[in-house]
Design a protein around this ligand. Structure first.
Ligand code: HEM
Length: 210
């Protein structure tokens, strides 16, 4: 009874606009914080860190849709996976742009040198690079043009993006010996990927396109 009510509620036309509004809230809060000068002693660092953490949070939420849909019997949840995936990419892009602008003053040479010098930055660039084709093919026309199987195969890259994002976060925090939060993200990802591995009968099953 409750499940079917939630499913019906999830089909209401106003849910998607509400979700987009919720997705915009963290960046709006940062914007207001920057205008009111309430982001702390180092606003640039706060913006880079917050957009980075939100990229990870949206990605984890995107990956949570399929397990939640099955475990809670909420098929209508699937309608919102694409919006969460696109939000992840937009936050990743904002994270990169805030780093490139606020930390590196948009000097391309400095950015390239940093990418080559710091493994943690290189891994972030790789994660965002792999996310880009996923975002560019997230529209119905692209899915149709590619065909379902090729589209599905490409979108398996999301697992690599998640692992690289986590490694990027781990490297950043391990330098400061501050791993508590990283462990929480790692544990959640283990559940999200572990569920897929179990359901598909192994890692190869999870990666296979059906
Ligand atoms: C071009 C790609 C990227 C670059 C250049 C980049 C750069 C950075 C930098 C410089 C920081 C450290 C900020 C500080 O000084 O404290 C950082 C932190 C972080 N980044 Fe990235 N990043 C990239 C992509 C990503 C992606 C794709 C994700 C998530 C999937 C991500 C998640 C994070 C997280 C969670 C943090 C730590 C925030 C915290 O300290 O609380 N980054 N990134």
């Amino acid at each position: 009874m409750l499940i079917s009510t939630v499913n019906q509620w999830l089909l209401k036309p106003w849910v998607k606009p509400l979700l987009w509004l919720i997705c915009a809230l963290p960046v709006l809060a940062l914007f207001v914080g920057a205008l009111q000068d309430t982001l702390g002693a180092n606003p640039a660092e706060a913006i880079i860190q917050e957009t980075g953490e939100w990229t990870l949070r949206w990605l984890w939420l995107t990956l949570a849709i399929s397990p939640l849909r099955d475990v809670a019997s909420l098929p209508a949840l699937l309608r919102y996976r694409r919006a969460l995936g696109v939000t992840t990419f937009v936050y990743g892009l904002m994270h990169f742009l805030s780093y490139a602008w606020l930390d590196k003053g948009l000097v391309i040479d400095d950015i390239v040198r940093d990418v080559l010098k710091r493994n943690f930055i290189l891994v972030g660039v790789l994660a965002l690079g792999l996310m880009t084709p996923l975002a560019l093919t997230s529209f119905n026309r692209a899915i149709k043009a590619m065909g379902g199987k090729r589209w599905q195969a490409l979108h398996k890259l999301v697992y690599a993006v998640a692992l690289l994002g986590l490694l990027h976060f781990y490297w950043k925090k391990s330098a400061k010996n501050d791993l508590n939060e990283v462990m929480v993200y790692a544990a959640i990802l283990a559940v999200l990927l572990g569920w897929r591995v179990m359901r598909k009968g192994g890692v190869m099953g999870m990666l296979r396109v059906r």
